[in-house]
Design a protein around this ligand. Structure first.
Ligand SMILES: Cc1cc2nc3c(=O)[nH]c(=O)nc-3n(C[C@H](O)[C@H](O)[C@H](O)COP(=O)(O)OP(=O)(O)OC[C@H]3O[C@@H](n4cnc5c(N)ncnc54)[C@H](O)[C@@H]3O)c2cc1C
Length: 340
């Protein structure tokens, strides 16, 4: 445990990223209050700071010479409650899964399918976290933050955020905005449960559950995730390394002629989403290990650190995979993970 709100130097970032990459931060501060956060971020002293929440969506390829801030602001507040809904404001440093558990304890629905997604609440809007048919945008009302360019406090509505698949205004303006809190609207009764997506339905059926509670849905999601994804505490990883590419219908039709078994999801009439994991698997990478780095044996989208890998080695593997997929399918797969 480091001393909060204190400027430290030459700190290893290994405990602060789920890949477990051992690079160091020349300057480091864990901040647990928004007053200090604003003061530090608006001062001229530390340009281009690197914010870290849970460190579950970053690949650190070198030592960081700018200030690294580990955000640890905590607080969950019910702003308003009607018969069917509650608006809840949550500070950015809360752990996402803790919020999910809090919501379930308070019989509030809407985020149970997002159980066990690593990382912090303040980072959730950046890539509009999603799993099992639900995305953050489905419950999102607004978020508050700091504009580092204009040096002022800002509020973003859902429309302002321009949420898309693993995308938002915060991704397209990387580093400009720091999110300090988010407000979500959860159901307090007549929960709109989404259990038909992915393996949830069969998991519940297997357990003999027909009308699941929020907790039972969450438990089903947790059990599916644990069986599919490696635990970063045991095997360093950052979840899905690449986004699923979205391609035009024409390009898809041509690919389907050559690969009739290619999995796909229609996005409207003109576009198709292809699972990047399938493309990577077809290139022969699934389960392959290259010294300290590799591709997970159960999920080709997940790159792993077997121990002492360097960030550059993981990045090199990622680039080799990108090239193989490009050469074989003429499809570009974009990293979902933020590379530094
Ligand atoms: C095993 C595993 C499974 C995963 N499964 C999923 C999944 O199912 N769905 C999904 O969507 N994602 C998934 N992820 C990815 C990850 O959990 C999410 O992207 C999460 O939102 C990252 O949060 P974090 O706090 O760890 O972000 P970090 O890695 O700390 O930061 C990510 C980026 O956001 C910036 N940042 C951090 N905090 C702030 C802030 N307050 N304001 C502005 N910028 C900030 C950082 O500088 C960095 O660029 C998974 C990851 C792992 C390791």
């Amino acid at each position: 445990m480091v001393k909060p709100n204190t400027l430290l130097h030459n700190i290893s970032l290994k405990p602060y990223n789920t890949f477990g990459i051992d690079v160091s931060a020349l300057h480091f501060m864990e901040i647990d209050n928004n007053t200090l956060l604003k003061e530090v971020l608006f001062s001229e002293q530390y340009p281009e700071p690197l914010l870290l929440g849970g460190g579950s969506n970053v690949l650190l390829t070198k030592d960081v010479s700018s200030l690294v801030i580990h955000l640890n602001t905590k607080g969950i507040e019910i702003l308003s409650k009607t018969q069917n809904h509650a608006q809840v404001k949550v500070l950015a440093g809360e752990v996402w899964h803790d919020l999910v558990c809090w919501a379930i304890e308070h019989d509030m629905g809407g985020i149970e399918n997002l159980s066990l997604i690593p990382g912090n609440v303040g980072t959730a809007p950046i890539q509009n976290i999603g799993a099992y048919g639900v995305e953050l945008k489905d419950v999102f009302i607004s978020c508050q933050g700091l504009d580092l360019q204009e040096k002022k406090e800002v509020t973003f509505t859902k429309e302002d955020c321009a949420f898309g698949y693993r995308d938002s205004i915060f991704k397209t303006n990387k580093g400009r905005y720091i999110i300090t809190s988010i407000t979500v609207e959860l159901t307090t009764q007549n929960h709109n449960k989404n259990i038909t997506y992915g393996a949830i339905e069969s998991q519940l059926k297997q357990e003999g559950i027909n009308t699941p509670s929020l907790k039972q849905i969450s438990d089903a999601v947790i059990s599916i995730r644990k069986s599919k994804l490696p635990d970063p505490k045991i095997l360093g990883n950052s979840g899905s390394f690449f986004k699923n590419p979205v391609i035009s219908k024409e390009k898809f039709n041509a690919l389907q002629k050559e690969y009739p078994e290619i999995p796909h999801y229609a996005l409207g009439e003109d576009q198709q989403k292809i699972p990047a994991g399938w493309l990577i698997e077809q290139c022969g990478y699934k389960g392959k290990r290259f010294a300290e780095v590799g591709v997970h044996k159960n999920q080709a989208l997940v790159l792993v650190n077997y121990g002492d890998a360097k960030g550059e080695q993981i990045w090199e593997l990622a680039q080799n995979i990108q090239k193989s997929v490009q050469d074989k399918f003429n499809v570009y797969i974009e990293p979902e993970v933020n590379i530094y």
